[in-house]
Design a protein around this ligand. Structure first.
Ligand SMILES: [Fe+2]
Length: 386
């Protein structure tokens, strides 16, 4: 098998990497950036720090800070209108998954036109849009290194996955210092999202030797440090490991795939507006328990990469992985959907729809055990009460 690998052309990784934006723009021959971020970062002073550096370098950026969590077609269109009102040669995505995904979407629309729905998978958008420079502020989504963006069509609550090289940032500035002030809940949710990317990339039917190496290393960086950043947000060594692990996990799944957890997670996000990392966390132990018997050697390798004390037997190691994922959810105060306050009647009524949407996304087809709609429905019922 020939693995198809795609990476950002340039990355800067480490403390202070985000300060190198003016230099990186110069290296790429870009000078008119359109910066996409969110209202929280705009209000926190982080955006001003970024733009002051650009101005000092003789570059005057335009900032769009009205992105929303789980970007919608309307929010991307608003960013596009702001971009089209000026003259820009690149888009800088500064923030978590939502600003980065908005930046990617608007970069494609700016060059190739809308509507956004036209780009929904299986459409493949390899032809480049405006160049995107990604600066993540959460150790989670990995979007700085993936060839995907996700935009919700608010007309039918559908999370549209968009795929292609056009969404792969040309440059990623991976600066863990941006995560030192990240709120606790966001730290946990985005961290479990990153761990899920690494595990799913590794157990996926589309895994390959290239993605395997990155996925295993990402698990080794994320698993021992998740509780540390939860307990002590200022733990620099743990934050650095989490940030690098999240980016490596992003590269891994972008060059392999995600699987059943993400397939089931997206409908929960779309219908109940649960944060992406949190809905993954709600699902991860039960889906791993469901899948592990079909690939116990792969799940055992995950347990070992995560540094769990396991014996030589694969099946017992895979069971230890499930136990650890349950313990992690307990330690990081991950609620069940019921504890989170979702409506029981709505949950039950939507299970058939969510199961269909999960299957239609294609992600469950990459799972070691490919589930039926009935099995997915049973998993949704199982996770309800935790
Ligand atoms: Fe994810």
């Amino acid at each position: 098998m020939v693995a198809s690998i795609a990476l950002p052309r340039l990355m800067r990784v480490g403390a202070g990497a985000s300060r190198l934006l003016p230099e990186v723009l110069g290296q790429l021959g870009l000078s008119r950036p359109f910066v996409v971020t969110d209202p929280f970062l705009a209000g926190s002073g982080a955006v001003r720090t970024l733009t002051e550096r650009l101005v000092a370098g003789g570059v005057t950026p335009q900032v769009f800070s009205e992105t929303v969590p789980d970007p919608t077609v309307a929010s991307v269109d608003a960013a596009l209108a702001a971009l089209e009102a000026g003259d820009y040669d690149c888009v800088v995505g500064f923030g978590g998954g939502s600003p980065m995904d908005t930046a990617k979407a608007v970069a494609v629309l700016a060059r190739h036109g809308g509507p956004m729905r036209r780009y929904k998978a299986p459409h493949l958008q390899d032809e480049a849009g405006l160049p995107v420079i990604a600066i993540p502020t959460t150790a989670g989504t990995g979007s700085e290194a993936t060839r995907f963006t996700i935009v919700t069509d608010e007309a039918n609550d559908e999370k549209m996955l968009c795929i292609g090289l056009a969404y792969l940032p040309v440059a990623a500035l991976v600066d863990y210092e941006l995560t030192l002030t990240k709120p606790k809940r966001l730290t946990a949710d985005t961290g479990i999202d990153a761990l899920t990317h690494a595990i799913e990339a590794y157990v996926s039917r589309r895994s390959n030797l290239f993605s395997d190496g990155l996925a295993l290393q990402a698990m080794g960086l994320i698993a021992p440090n998740l509780r540390r950043v939860w307990t002590d947000p200022g733990d620099r060594a743990a934050r650095e490991a989490m940030m690098l692990g999240a980016t490596q996990a992003g590269i891994a799944f972008s060059n392999s795939s995600v699987a059943l957890v993400h397939g089931m997670s997206r409908p929960i996000g779309a219908h109940f507006h649960v944060a992406h990392g949190l809905s993954n966390a709600m699902l991860l132990p039960a889906v791993t328990a469901f899948s592990a018997p079909s690939a116990s050697d792969r799940y055992a390798a995950c347990a070992r990469a995560m540094g769990l004390k396991v014996g030589s037997g694969d099946e017992s190691a895979a069971r230890a992985l499930v136990d650890e994922l349950r313990a992690l959810n307990d330690d990081l105060d991950v609620p069940s959907p019921r504890e989170y306050g979702l409506d029981a009647g709505k949950w039950e009524a939507l299970i058939p729809t969510m199961a269909e949407q999960a299957l239609a996304s294609g992600s469950p087809g990459n799972n070691p055990k490919v589930p039926t709609a009935e099995e997915i429905a049973a998993l949704y019922r199982e996770v309800w009460a935790g």
